[in-house]
Design a protein around this ligand. Structure first.
Ligand code: SF4
Length: 334
């Protein structure tokens, strides 16, 4: 069989894309206030979701044709989709750096199977260390299970285990130092995420954003930090700081106040097979129609290249021309 030609997937701004974010479902067992309403969303019919074979095919085309080396599985909540280790095994066989973002509620049950199937690293979303506040944010009284899930991920040898904390002014920003201390004690890296306008309720306002500068200043006042050189960051979304006393690192994802679009190397695949060249994209490519319409790998690769070729410079949050995407976070994936 002739060798498949591999060419970097470069957009009009010279950014080479190497990281595929795959949403495996729009469904979730939590109802986080900054993501979806308490009653949930109108879920996609199961037959509209890409099968694991179809998801793995898109991933294989990205790896074989464009040299992608990273895949992150997201949702909704990816662990609510049945037989997730089956998909992980297929993707791990591609030899990429395979990661998962989860709310952690089922990790005590799944962590070992996910690791055995080939998962390398994991991010657990956790926005409060207080049971009452956790329940108020997620509409679920599950803090204990999530904390136990973090332990299960560490026991399963997933490395690194990171925490994703969406920081919201007046909601959980008084826990910054508690989270930093928790991360130091547990040996997990805490990533603080600036609140983004992707909530289904469209209630986001700029004054709810706790900025990167504030986050670092407030933690550093309690546990002195210094920046990790930008050179180490590469295309990773998180800027990083390390404790002067050697107690580890924190990360901040400053999408609103310090956008990192100029080094973006990510594309996203929604659960029903739409390719998005940006989290905030206002257009997308229906890959499912191609996959189910008998398209060859060449045709799939060409369509992906065209879509990424049309990628914009970056999001326009806080600019007059900013248009909220028609989809909310749970319908795109992190
Ligand atoms: S906002 Fe869009 S372009 Fe910017 S880093 Fe995120 S995905 Fe990339």
């Amino acid at each position: 069989m002739a060798a498949v030609e591999r060419t970097p997937l470069v957009d009009g701004f010279g950014r080479a894309h190497r990281d595929l974010r795959i949403s495996v479902t729009d469904r979730c067992n939590f109802r986080c206030t900054y993501c979806m309403p308490a009653e949930g969303m109108p879920w996609l019919p199961r037959e509209d979701l890409l099968t694991y074979e179809e998801l793995a095919r898109v991933a294989r085309v990205c790896v074989e044709r464009f040299g992608f080396d990273g895949i992150r599985l997201t949702g909704g909540e990816p662990t609510v989709r049945a037989h997730l280790p089956v998909l992980i095994e297929k993707l791990a066989a591609l030899g990429v750096d395979l990661a998962l973002t989860t709310n952690g509620a089922t990790l005590r049950l799944l962590a070992h199977d996910l690791a055995a199937a080939g998962l390398r690293r994991i991010n657990v979303s956790l926005d409060s260390l207080r049971a009452d506040r956790f329940a108020a944010i997620t509409k679920r009284d599950e803090l204990g299970r999530v904390l136990d899930g973090v332990d299960a991920a560490l026991e399963a040898g997933l490395d690194p285990v990171k925490l994703n904390v969406v920081v919201m002014r007046g909601v959980n920003d008084d826990e910054l130092v508690d989270f930093a201390a928790f991360g130091r004690d547990k040996g997990v890296e805490v990533r603080f995420i600036e609140f983004m306008p992707l909530d289904a309720q469209q209630a986001w306002t700029n004054d709810q954003v706790v900025t990167q500068d504030e986050i670092v200043e407030r933690i550093s006042a309690a546990m002195p930090l210094e920046p990790v050189p930008e050179s180490v960051r590469g295309s990773a979304p998180a800027a990083r700081w390390r404790y002067l006393d050697g107690g580890g690192e924190i990360g901040v994802i400053p999408s609103v106040t310090h956008p990192f679009c100029e080094s973006c190397d990510r594309v996203r695949l929604t659960a029903e097979g739409s390719l998005r060249h940006c989290l905030f994209a206002t257009r997308e490519l229906d890959l499912r129609a191609l996959l189910r319409g008998g398209a060859s790998d060449d045709e799939v690769a060409d369509a992906i290249a065209r879509e990424v070729g049309a990628k914009w410079a970056g999001h326009q949050i806080n600019q007059v021309q900013f248009i909220r995407p028609a989809r909310s976070m749970s319908q795109i994936g992190g």
